[in-house]
Design a protein. Structure first.
Length: 304
C-alpha cells in the first residue's frame, strides 16, 4: 500500500498524534519524545502555533508511521518514526529542510539516540551535530526518598487555588517582581509571547485542560503562610508506564531547601503505586544529583 501524507490540523489530529507517539514509544531505542511533549507545547500560550499546519503526518493505510513537527522555537524540528519505516528518512529530512520554518538560517534538526538513520540522512545533506545534551530519567527500580522540610505542606488537589498557582508560576519561572505580577493584564495587548502568558498557562490549563492531561497527579507545596512555593506537573501515560513530569518550578526565595526533591519523591511514590516504571526530569545537574540516570539524548544538527 502506498504511503500517504496529511498536514496536521489541531482539532482533528491531536488524538492521532497522541496515540501514535504512545504506540511507538521506546525509552531505550530512541523513538523520539514521549506523547506529552507535543501536546503540552501545542496548546501552551508560549508556543507559536501559527506554523502548525506545516507539521506533517505519514500513513501506511490507516496506520500512522511518521510525524515531523516543531516545538519552541519554531525552527527546532523533531521526528517520530515507527520501526520498520526507517526507509522514509530521506523523505522526512527533505520535507523538514524544504518546508518547515527556517528563519535566518536558524533551523536545526533535533535527533535522538536510536535515530541514526535520520542522522545519516541529515549528514548527507550537509548537516552537522553542533550540540548535544541528556534529559535525565529516574528509574523506579531505584528509590527516591526526600522528605518535605519543616514548615511546608502539600496542597490537596481539591483545595487548589488557581490564582496562587498562577502567582507561583510567575515567580517560579523568574518572570518578574510583585508589581509586574499585579500588572500582568497590561501584556494582553500583544499577540507575542510574554511572561504574563507563561503563568496564564497555569490558569488556562487547569480551567480547560489538555485532552490527555492528568492534573490530579500534580504536586503543589505551600509554606506555613499558605503561599504556594513549589509546583510539579505530572502527565500519567499508563500504556508506556511513564510518569512524564512537566513543568517544575520553585519560588526563588524557597530554592535549595529540598522542595523540588520532595515533590519528585511524592510523584515517585504515587506513580510507582499506579504501575509507572520511570519518570522524566531534565538536563539540569540537580536531577543527576538526586538519583536520575540515563535518559533522552538530544542532538542538535545544523547546516553550517
Amino acid at each position: 500500500m502506498a504511503i500517504t501524507t496529511k498536514q496536521f490540523q489541531l482539532l482533528t489530529d491531536i488524538n492521532i498524534v497522541w496515540d501514535f507517539l504512545v504506540d511507538i514509544y521506546d525509552r531505550e531505542n530512541g523513538s523520539g519524545m514521549p506523547a506529552p511533549f507535543f501536546e503540552h507545547a501545542i496548546l501552551a500560550s508560549w508556543m507559536d502555533a501559527s506554523y502548525s499546519h506545516l507539521d506533517r503526518l505519514w500513513f501506511d493505510g490507516d496506520k500512522t508511521v511518521a510525524f515531523v513537527y516543531y516545538e519552541a522555537p519554531v525552527t527546532d524540528i523533531y521526528f517520530a518514526v515507527r520501526k520498520g519505516y526507517e526507509y522514509l528518512a530521506d523523505e522526512l529530512i527533505d520535507y523538514a529542510v524544504t518546508t518547515m520554518p527556517d528563519f535566518d538560517g536558524n533551523q536545526q534538526l533535533v535527533l535522538f539516540n536510536g535515530q541514526e538513520f535520520l542522522k545519516e540522512a541529515a549528514a548527507k545533506r550537509g548537516f552537522e551535530m553542533v550540540f548535544e545534551y541528556e534529559s535525565r530519567v529516574f528509574d523506579f527500580e531505584n528509590g527516591l526518598n526526600y522528605e518535605l522540610p519543616d514548615g511546608y505542606h502539600f496542597v490537596e488537589p481539591s483545595d487548589l487555588d488557581v490564582l496562587k498557582l498562577s502567582r507561583l508560576c510567575w515567580y517560579g519561572f523568574d518572570h518578574g517582581d510583585k508589581q509586574e505580577f499585579t500588572d500582568w493584564d497590561k501584556y494582553d495587548d500583544s499577540n507575542d509571547w510574554t511572561p504574563a502568558k507563561s503563568h496564564k498557562d497555569c490558569v488556562a490549563e487547569w480551567m480547560s485542560p489538555s485532552p490527555h492531561s492528568t492534573h490530579e497527579y500534580d504536586v503543589v507545596i505551600a509554606d506555613e503562610n499558605g503561599e504556594y512555593v513549589c509546583f510539579s506537573g505530572m502527565w500519567w501515560v499508563p500504556q508506556n508506564k511513564l510518569a512524564y513530569m512537566e513543568p517544575l518550578c520553585t519560588s526563588p526565595e524557597h530554592r535549595r531547601k529540598g522542595l523540588a526533591a520532595a515533590a519528585l519523591t511524592k510523584h515517585y511514590r504515587r506513580m510507582k503505586s499506579l504501575g509507572a516504571t520511570h519518570m522524566t526530569g531534565g538536563e539540569d545537574p540537580f536531577y543527576e544529583k538526586i538519583g536520575y540516570g540515563k535518559g533522552f539524548r538530544f542532538s542538535m544538527w545544523k547546516k553550517l
